[in-house]
Design a protein around this ligand. Structure first.
Ligand code: CA
Length: 369
């Protein structure tokens, strides 16, 4: 078809559709999409890894429940539990898998001990940003792999938000070279922590509630958290002098919704569709909320404290990237599925980087300087 004809046809298609429906022998030829909606009511439990009502992440779960209730006309009610309220935060995966709760919210890197490749569906240091993660998961084959990985655990995963690029963390002293990472006691979970250990640092896992005091008393020298909004609430700007960018360890962490597969598949089709629609809405809501709140709270941090913003030196980042490659290679070597999942992740990343070099990168460098 010639290009001109294509556009002509496309335009006709849009305009003529309603007439075709009305005038075909006086009958409605539009497909009947009505279903028998039963009045059966469902009451589900959602367990989460977040503290109760945790800003954005916990709030998003409550919104998910609200949207599902609205869309289902009240047929589906979901009660949301914060971490520790029904099951401990890190038991969410098992609780949803067993059916103790019908659904859950968390982040796939929490399940690295159960499935090493789960963390590729959350965040890889020096990996993809939010836009690229959504593209890989939703349009690049990532979700199919994620579903395959969780299937044997009786789970259905869906992307349920993204933090965007995080900050590199709060430091009580400057990082000018790799030597400054030697012996650095820093709260740094997951793959990022393993990278820090290779760099001679001392990654320490501390619960959120104890982080402020630990940093204030010098039990740790540094901590990563999320970004300006959550970091401001934690008060780190009151006790650390340097706020580093970028969050090389979490360039765009995907949050996840988990559904018990049997319970989900037993739902009427319209309720399944409602769940998927609500998860998709949550996915974009969280990213938008992070972007808007971080923008606002960065300004507040700068206005209300003497914190100095720093960027990690390029040679430090280059070295950390090398250690990341080693750490990822170890994960890939430990597990067959991890090899398959990372191959898909990495191929997509490499191609997306070429595209963004030509577009986003030029845009940021030359337009949004
Ligand atoms: Ca973080």
């Amino acid at each position: 078809m010639k290009r001109k004809d294509f556009f002509k046809g496309a335009a006709l298609g849009i305009i003529s559709l309603p007439f075709a429906i009305k005038t075909c022998g006086g009958q409605n030829v539009a497909q009947d999409t009505s279903t028998n909606i039963s009045g059966k009511k469902y009451k589900w439990k959602m367990v989460t890894t977040w503290p109760p009502n945790f800003p954005v992440l916990g709030e998003g779960c409550s919104l998910f429940a609200k949207w599902v209730k609205e869309m289902s006309g009240g047929r589906m009610e979901i009660k949301v539990y914060g971490g520790g309220e029904l099951v401990p935060a890190l038991e969410v995966f098992n609780a949803v898998s067993s059916g103790a709760a019908e659904c859950g919210s968390g982040c796939a890197y929490y399940w690295a001990g159960i499935e090493p490749s789960a963390q590729f569906f959350a965040s890889v240091p020096f990996g993809m940003n939010a836009q690229q993660m959504n593209a890989w998961i939703l349009s690049g084959g990532g979700l199919e792999l994620w579903e395959e990985l969780y299937d044997k655990h009786n789970l259905i995963p869906m992307p349920g938000g993204n933090t965007g690029v995080q900050m590199g963390g709060w430091f009580r002293r400057e990082i000018n070279s790799m030597a400054d990472l030697q012996g650095l006691k820093m709260r740094m979970p997951g793959l990022g922590g393993k990278v820090l250990a290779k760099a001679g640092g001392n990654p320490i896992l501390i619960a959120g509630g104890e982080l402020y005091t630990s940093l204030e008393r010098g039990v740790i020298d540094a901590t990563e958290w999320i970004g300006p909004y959550h970091d401001y609430i934690m008060g780190f700007h009151q006790i650390a002098d340097y706020y580093y960018s970028p969050g090389w360890h979490e360039a765009g962490t995907t949050l996840e919704m988990l559904f018990n597969k049997e319970k989900f598949n037993a739902l009427p089709e319209d309720l399944q569709a409602i769940m998927r629609a609500a998860a998709a809405r949550l996915n974009i809501w969280m990213l938008s909320e992070f972007e808007a709140k971080n923008t606002l709270y960065l300004k507040k941090i700068l206005a209300e404290s003497k914190v100095q913003i720093r960027e990690f030196p390029q040679d430090v980042l280059n070295q950390l990237k090398q250690y990341t490659d080693e750490v990822v290679a170890e994960v890939v070597a430990s597990d067959d599925f991890a090899k398959k999942a990372y191959e898909s992740y990495n191929n997509f990343r490499n191609e997306a980087v070429e595209w963004s070099k030509l577009t986003e990168k030029v845009f940021y460098n030359k337009i949004q300087m």
